[in-house]
Design a protein around this ligand. Structure first.
Ligand code: CDT
Length: 303
């Protein structure tokens, strides 16, 4: 067995007025709690440093830029890295990334994995961007990720860390089977992800009422079909009037939920994850080399 004590640090709402400093303080508090429970790695959420700003049309560029990180770590996030190194705990965190390339601003919805010495060992940029480019009439809250981010340009890389093979995705990515499969084909043993999921995300009441069911369905299926642990961490509760789902989970390669948050606030959950557990699936029912039929899947990449 290769045990990795893993924590998911769910976040309650972050107000629009909350400073980075205050948010980082909340993250550090949960990091300490995770460590006190024996965790070696803690998974924070998507866009963990600010309120979920894609719910608004922001036309002032300086204001928009204020939600992004131009460097990681930067002056306001350095304390998180310092505390991780001091405690000897790794972490995953999502943030809005702003990069200057040839004098042009590029924006991504990004996550990183940081090791127990406070060093970045992996990076990922969100591939599946939901929502719209233009504000939709009649909606109380917009979802303008297509306006504020470019689709990720890194694919779904995996990284060696914490004694295993680690992968990442971000929120909407968790609903797409290809996300997990691309990492599954690289032998991923734990997929870390964060999400911000408003209950009104489809505009169809019947679908919206299944929001929490679909959240777990996607992650449990992804875990089982790819013989991997999945750690899904929410930002939840009522944030600036938008109600978002919680129920953060740690899912085993069997597809079973082994830990689940029960509040919609800052809450740490933990599980002792055996990274070898996936073998029983990878070597039998999901032995990819033996049973997959890529020649029958061509349409997936052609359309
Ligand atoms: N953040 C994010 O990707 N949220 C989406 C819901 C919004 S769809 C308009 C999700 O898939 O959870």
């Amino acid at each position: 067995s290769r045990y990795l004590v893993t924590a998911a640090a769910q976040m309650g709402p972050i107000a629009r007025s909350e400073t980075r400093k205050d948010t980082v303080r909340r993250l550090i508090e949960m990091m300490r709690e995770a460590k006190s429970r024996g965790a070696e790695v803690v998974v924070f959420t998507e866009l963990a440093l600010t309120t979920f700003f894609p719910r608004w049309l922001i036309e002032d560029e300086a204001e928009l830029d204020s939600y992004y990180e131009a460097e990681m770590p930067g002056p306001e996030t350095q304390p998180l890295f310092d505390e991780a190194a001091r405690l000897g705990i790794g972490f995953y965190i999502g943030y809005a990334e702003l990069v200057m390339e040839g004098g042009v601003k590029r924006r991504f919805n990004t996550s990183i994995i940081v090791d127990q010495k406070g060093r970045i060992i992996g990076k990922y940029r969100k591939v599946h961007l939901p929502g719209h480019k233009e504000p939709q009439p009649g909606r109380t809250h917009q979802h303008l990720e297509k306006r504020y981010f470019e689709p990720g340009d890194m694919g779904f890389p995996v990284y060696r860390g914490f004694g295993g093979v680690m992968g990442m995705c971000i929120c909407n990515d968790r609903r797409w089977p290809e996300t997990y499969r691309v990492m599954g084909l690289q032998g991923v043993e734990m997929v870390m992800l964060g999400y911000n999921t408003p209950f009104d995300h489809t505009g169809h009441e019947a679908v919206n009422s299944l929001t929490l069911f679909h959240n777990h369905l996607s992650m449990q299926a992804g875990a089982y079909q790819n013989a991997t642990w999945v750690v899904g961490t929410a930002k939840c509760g009522t944030e600036e009037g938008s109600k978002m789902g919680g129920q953060s989970v740690i899912v085993a390669p069997s597809g079973e939920i082994v830990a689940q948050a029960f509040t919609v606030e800052d809450e740490v959950i933990t599980a002792k994850c055996d990274l070898d557990m996936g073998k029983a699936y990878r070597e039998t029912i999901f032995n990819f080399a033996l049973h997959r039929r890529p020649e029958a899947y061509k349409l997936i990449v052609e359309r």
